[in-house]
Write a protein that binds this ligand. Sequence first.
Ligand code: UT7
Length: 335
Amino acid sequence: MYNSKIAGLGAYVPENVVTNDDLSQKMDTNDAWIQERTGIKERRHIKKGDGNTTAKMGVKAAQIAIERAGITKDDIDMIVFATLSPDYYFPGCGVQVQHLMDMKTIPALDVRNQCSGFVYALATADQFIKTGMYKNVLVIGSENHSGGLDFSTRGRSVSVIFGDGAGAAVLSREEDTSKGVLSSHLHSQGEHALELCLEGPSTEHWVPQIIQENPQENIPYYPYMNGQFVFKNAVVRFSEVIMEGLGKNNLTPDDIDMLIPHQANLRISQFVQKKFGLSDDQVYNNIQKYGNTTAASIPIALTEAWENGKIKEGDTVVLAAFGSGFTWASSIIKW
Ligand code: UT7
């Protein structure tokens, strides 16, 4: 048996900055409401013509991660791509990465677990490495939210939150099993699937049917979120799944050197921070700059924390996520 370790990290966000004031030009919202309820000051949106797509942003993040891992794309044995906003209904973004990066005909797997997508993807990659099947797995989280949001006042409770971007990690074989990904903890509760969802277009809600049957005021092809219900579940599940991971490794909250929570809402991160008695140095947040980038949020935050020297060898790093599904997950890593 081996462990896997994060050997390289990378992130990419589009250049186009969209402030809260920019959004208030399009819908009835304002900077004070968005900052007070979410902590978000600005986010990035793909701009028409800038060449970015979910897969292409993933490639940009992946190239940085691969270089930092000190390997080449030909050393990658598998791609695991997490997104809720793929470029195509099918095929997934993983195969696009294989093509865009001119890689060998390695396996490419898409993970559809929304805000928990990166932790699920990391756990999946970890299993292939632990069994000895693969040595280096490229794990990507990338989202193009802006292409599918309702920027009228009708969509304001969702559209102000989400941003575009990508993060990537190279997960590599680690012979020392006291290091790297120590354990992963994954959960789902499908009874709440429709509390945070995008119903169509899908095989249940195909486009011609939507146009014929749905009046403008009830469009199921924009994301829907029951915000307060999701919020209440998030704070409970974040806490549970962090404790589950710590317990499995005989650790306590005092042992956490760095918690990277999925960037859903600054108030959720602050609740978790307070609950576990963590200092500002022990939790990394960047939702202020990027909004909620779903599957990309953890790898972007992890990359920034690492770039800023906030993660050192030997640190206990905890990743935790909650989101649509509902799904939630944590990963306990010895850096
Ligand atoms: O990443 C996946 C997991 N996601 C989450 O964990 C998100 C969880 N939920 C949340 O973060 C919060 O529930 C939101 C940020 C989505 C909403 O914040 P809230 O404090 O729960 O607000 P609310 O939905 O209860 O709305 C309060 C008021 C409403 O007006 P009335 O009915 O009180 O008159 C909304 O219509 O705020 C209004 N509102 C807005 N006002 C200005 C909703 N969106 C906006 C907006 N600008 N963008």
